[in-house]
Design a protein around this ligand. Structure first.
Ligand code: S3P
Length: 442
């Protein structure tokens, strides 16, 4: 795919059955825990996006053997710990990669320098540095908690840490560091966030206590526990499935099924919200795959109405607000999204970029410090104007969201830097074309 630009045109209905790429969160964790473990971990359905491939490369640098056996099939052989890498670790665009690896590496007596692309170098690392420093890790490098940063790990002490922001990345970093801390680690979550680290640690044989107390979640583990290699089957990423599903909801005559989508309730806030909006979204064939609930999700073109999204739902759909904003653009009435300040520190300032992109497409939007209001264009099925070129600041989800917008808009919608889509969804263009979407390289 060229990086010059990509344009989505309005066309016929989108129809078909597809499989979502592997879940990004679970893919990072499978590689990292596999590398921390003793013995062999076999992974199926790994997301082979740039973010995850960077984590695979990083695990090799820390001494694990990481091999690709075939499509999504990987073998990781850990040595029961990390050794000091001989070079800088470049996590590319991946906030999850760098923050989880920092936590995992902090437990070992080694020095390592982390960096990333321009977007990642601008994102706050102090949220993970703070608890890791409290545990005894040391950091040097750029001021202001930005990459590149050098970590000196080892000799960690116990921590009880109440998350100041609802971040599964920070929770995971503290738990992974706690595996090698004298006394372990306890994280208190005022709002529950995705729990893949806890679930997967258990699959590797670690005892993790989870307790709900006075409306907060306490997650604790003892230090010195040994991880044993296992088999991991990565379910389909609901954050990626969201794009073809919303495309079907807003494009007349469409019906799309995405198979094998992760349905962990800490990730399904978007589906709940779309159903609140009147979406014809159904789930079939619910089953358990590798300790996570999955199912096949079908979306049919629907008349949507604007809603108030409860702010407490935000952690379960934090990556989905950009595509929700597109669904909201085609709804009848305003959709209020509040309590989403975390959106401003993702791969880009997603509140600002969605507001700008939707406004350029003729949609009424109002940006708030921690929120976004989108005034739907639909009375009946009136399409959005579109006809815009959107600047994505290299953010994959901003790009995919606006391309989905273009499938149903009057005028074509184009985005810059489409190559970045491969960080999370390498087959996006082919999948959308296969469903009947018109995407043109420009
Ligand atoms: C992730 C957690 C979320 C999410 C990110 C993946 C994870 O970030 O936005 O895409 O895998 O733990 P925060 O934990 O910073 O909210």
């Amino acid at each position: 795919m060229t990086s010059a630009g990509l344009t989505a045109h309005r066309g016929g209905p989108l129809r078909g059955r597809v499989r979502a790429p592997g879940d990004k969160s679970i893919s990072h964790r499978a590689l990292i825990l596999g590398a921390l473990a003793q013995g062999v971990t076999e992974i199926e359905g790994l997301l082979e996006g740039d973010d995850v491939l960077r984590t695979a490369q990083a695990m090799r640098a820390f001494g694990a053997s990481v091999e690709r056996l075939g499509d999504g099939r990987w073998r990781v052989e850990g040595q029961g710990g990390f050794s000091e890498p001989s070079d800088i670790i470049d996590c590319g665009n991946a906030g999850t990669g760098v923050r989880l690896i920092m936590g995992a590496a902090a437990g070992f007596d080694l020095a390592v320098t982390f960096t990333g692309d321009a977007s990642l170098r601008g994102r706050p690392m102090n949220r993970v540095m703070k608890p890791l420093i409290e545990m005894g890790a040391r950091f040097s490098g750029r001021s202001g908690g930005r990459l590149p940063l050098t970590l000196q790990g080892g000799r960690l002490k116990a921590i009880t840490y109440r998350l100041p922001e609802p971040s599964a990345q920070v929770k995971s970093a503290v738990l992974l560091a706690g595996l090698h801390a004298d006394g372990g680690a306890r994280v208190i979550e005022p709002e529950p966030t995705r729990d893949h680290t806890e679930r997967m640690l258990r699959a590797f044989g670690v005892v993790v206590d989870v307790e709900d107390r006075d409306g907060e979640r306490h997650i604790g583990l003892a230090g010195g526990q040994v991880l044993t290699g296992t088999k991991i089957r990565v379910p389909g990423d609901p954050s990626s499935a969201a794009f073809p599903l919303v495309a079907a909801l807003i494009t007349p005559g469409s019906e799309v099924t995405v198979e094998g989508v992760l349905l962990n309730e800490l990730r399904t806030g978007l589906f709940t919200t779309l159903i609140d909006m009147g979406a014809d979204l159904t789930i079939a064939n619910r089953r358990d795959e590798g300790g996570e609930p999955v199912g096949d999700v079908t979306a049919r073109h629907s008349a949507l109405r604007g809603v108030e999204v409860p702010p407490e739902r935000a952690p379960s759909m934090i990556d989905e607000y950009p595509i929700l904003a597109v669904a909201a653009a085609y709804a009848d009435g305003p959709t209020h999204m509040r309590g989403i300040g975390e959106m401003r520190v993702k791969e880009s300032d997603r509140i600002a970029l969605m507001a700008a992109g939707l406004a350029a497409c003729g949609i009424g939007v109002e940006e708030e410090p921690e929120g976004l209001i989108v005034v739907g264009s639909a009375r009946g099925n009136h399409p959005a104007a579109g006809g815009a070129h959107v600047v994505t600041h290299g953010d994959h989800r901003i790009a995919m969201s606006h391309l989905v917008m273009g499938f149903a808009a009057e005028g074509a919608v184009s985005v810059d830097e489409p190559g970045m889509i491969a960080t999370s969804f390498p087959g996006f263009v082919e999948m959308m074309r296969g469903l009947g979407g018109t995407l043109e390289e420009a």
